[in-house]
Design a protein around this ligand. Sequence first.
Ligand code: IMP
Length: 195
Amino acid sequence: MSSSKKNLIIDHKGPFHGQKLDCLFSEQEIQARVKELADQISHDLENAKKPPILVGVLNGSLFFMADLMRAMSIETEMDFIKISSYHHTSSTGTVRLVKDISAQITDRDVLIVEDIVDTGLSINFLRNRMLSNAPHSLRVVTFLYKKEVSQLKKEPEYIGFVIPNRFVVGYGLDLDQKYRTLRDIYAFAPDNKQE
Ligand code: IMP
């Protein structure tokens, strides 16, 4: 583990107090990967007739969305969508739309920006919902991907990092609304996934 990778001790009261989390990705590693993704996506969408619309999935994608947009070399527009999902099993569940996009995406190039794909339920729902509005193209970028547990109908076009099935916090990802603002990404122990 490099010196820039420190562990995190949970400091708020509750069942996780005192628990040690491993740093999975440092801020430097995160920013380097965001730049690579931004370059690749900018290249792939450089011939779009109108600026592509980035649709951030609230709340977790907030920082990734901001970093990605600013690292892209082409003009883009932004919108946000918010959903909540209830998992019955790892592969089934219900997704509820909390806040819809306001942009007209018909005939536009759309990029869904997600913080993490776990079961894949959210992305399956979002892809279907966006496709029902007949965009010119639809792509998905997720910063983290729990590939071994996800049941995606279609793989994300762009993936920051594939990670093991561990609960992670930081860089927008929360545990009960905490730890979102950490600049690094931390993981709970494998036997403590918080799901
Ligand atoms: P999915 O529908 O199971 O793919 O879940 C996606 C959503 O669950 C993400 O957008 C996150 O909000 C949340 N989530 C899944 N895994 C984690 C995690 O390890 N840490 C924090 N949030 C997570």
